[in-house]
Design a protein around this ligand. Structure first.
Ligand code: IMP
Length: 184
């Protein structure tokens, strides 16, 4: 008989982590963001660039609430490794494939913490001469900003605590939790 619980089971059944944002709250907020983005990008055929790995679930849900033509691409960067604090250095692990010159770009992030990733992406994409560049993030830890950055759409502002679920990991697991939890 199985005598140990997986990390997933500990969160869901043992209440090890504190629920911060429920599945229903996420769904409702994404519906609002989708409406706003549809209004703002009408006739612009934007390219939405998902930031891997964390942003994949938010991206998938968000685009299904956007009611205009759009294209997608993905970029993969890393700043945390397996730690719960940022390493302070951003590394690109996979670049985009789309030709973005003269196009409207909307970058989709899971969470903005120190702001280093967004700052890195802003510089990288501006060099490619897009028609416009904006960022949307599901979560924002406003009080932990270490650098200047611009963010245009935010799902939820959260306190400076480490969170998991809905795409966000701890040591690569717990991304499949349907809601967002604080890891104490
Ligand atoms: P930043 O560069 O410090 O703004 O961090 C952005 C990236 O760090 C995010 O895209 C996440 O991958 C990761 N990250 C930041 N805070 C958390 C957290 O609380 N849980 C899980 N990953 C996080």
């Amino acid at each position: 008989m199985k005598n140990h619980r997986s990390e997933f089971e500990k969160v869901v059944y043992d209440g090890k982590f504190r629920l911060l944002i429920s599945k229903e709250q996420i769904e409702e907020r994404i519906r609002q963001l989708g409406k706003q983005i549809s209004d703002d990008y009408r006739d612009k055929n934007p390219i939405m660039i998902g930031v891997l790995n964390g942003g994949f679930i938010f991206m998938a849900d968000l685009i299904r609430h956007i009611e205009i033509d759009l294209e997608i691409d993905f970029i993969k960067i890393s700043s945390y490794g397996d730690a719960t604090v940022s390493s302070g250095k951003v590394q690109m692990l996979k670049d985009i494939n789309a030709d973005v010159k003269g196009r409207h770009l909307l970058v989709v992030e899971d969470i903005v913490d120190t702001g280093l990733s967004i700052q890195y992406l802003e510089k990288k994409f501006m060099e490619l001469n897009p028609a416009s560049l904006k960022f949307v993030s599901l979560l924002l830890k406003k009080d932990n900003a270490k650098v200047d950055y611009h963010i245009h759409y935010v799902g939820f502002e959260i306190p400076n605590e480490f969170v998991v679920g809905y795409g966000l990991d701890h040591k690569q697991i717990l991304r499949n939790l349907p809601a967002i939890y604080v890891m104490d």
